[in-house]
Design a protein around this ligand. Structure first.
Ligand SMILES: [Zn+2]
Length: 250
């Protein structure tokens, strides 16, 4: 079912897919690269290791997952270009294809293969996330601390324990502990009804959070209302915990 008869992906599907595609350039490819580099570094040292030591299975997984992600995204870019008669955007890395696909979700939604593409891309992203060391997944620290007029940066993501982070958007060095404290202070006491929570989360995390995703948390009992007097209301801090546990906006 879609809101427009000639689309094969609903608005909720497109938003969910967009959320996931945006994770790729924000952190996923960087983390895959890190995992693969670790493999290379450790494979070299493997030459001088004692015989019988365990080979590096984990990082081989990262390398395969990175190829799978690249192949999957590239395949669907090519399919859309061919079937929708669009210009090929040129070969590139997963980031390049992910951004292109995010820009062309309507073109994808017009194809009868849209649902298959959604499943394929979801699977490839899941596999990549699983291959990345979970403990190393960046967490959302807060909006960028830049107070420059007219500067709208993405949210700032840091590794657990990281104290400073230079914003990719504006180059300002952010104090992570201060950001986290500010964010907690601002949002921890505020309550939102479900339909406002997705929009508020999108503003605070500076990345789109689909309403459908919030509804899923509620349906599965992962997000519990803080008050049920009248319309149920939720703490945003609980929702941000869920986002961080799931690895960004995936
Ligand atoms: Zn910034």
């Amino acid at each position: 079912m879609t809101e427009v008869d000639d689309l094969f992906l609903s608005r909720a599907d497109r938003r969910a897919l967009s959320d996931r595609l945006r994770q790729i350039p924000i952190w996923l490819t960087t983390e895959l690269d890190t995992a693969i580099c670790r493999e290379v570094a450790m494979s070299e040292s493997a030459a001088v290791r004692a015989p019988g030591e365990t080979p590096l299975v984990f990082n081989d997984r990262a390398s395969q997952a990175a190829h799978h992600l690249l192949d999957t995204l590239g395949y669907w870019v090519e399919e859309i270009c061919t079937l929708a008669n669009l210009d090929w955007p040129g070969s590139g890395r997963a980031d390049h294809y992910a951004k292109w696909l995010d820009w062309h979700l309507i073109d994808l939604a017009k194809l009868p293969e849209g649902q298959r593409a959604h499943r394929d891309i979801d699977q490839a992203i899941n596999r990549a996330i699983a291959a990345v060391d979970k403990a190393k997944q960046p967490e959302f620290a807060g909006p960028c601390q830049s107070d420059l007029q007219g500067v709208a940066c993405d949210g700032v993501y840091v590794r657990p324990g990281q104290l400073h982070k230079t914003c990719d958007g504006c180059g300002i060095r952010c104090d992570v502990q201060q950001m986290q404290q500010q964010m907690r202070d601002e949002i921890s006491t505020r309550l939102y009804p479900a339909h406002e929570l997705a929009s508020a989360l999108s503003i605070v995390t500076r990345q789109p959070v689909a309403y459908e995703r919030v509804r899923n948390w509620i349906r599965r009992g992962r997000l519990i209302p803080a008050t049920t007097v009248g319309e149920p209301r939720f703490y945003m801090s609980d929702a941000i915990d869920l986002i961080n546990r799931q690895g960004g906006a995936a």
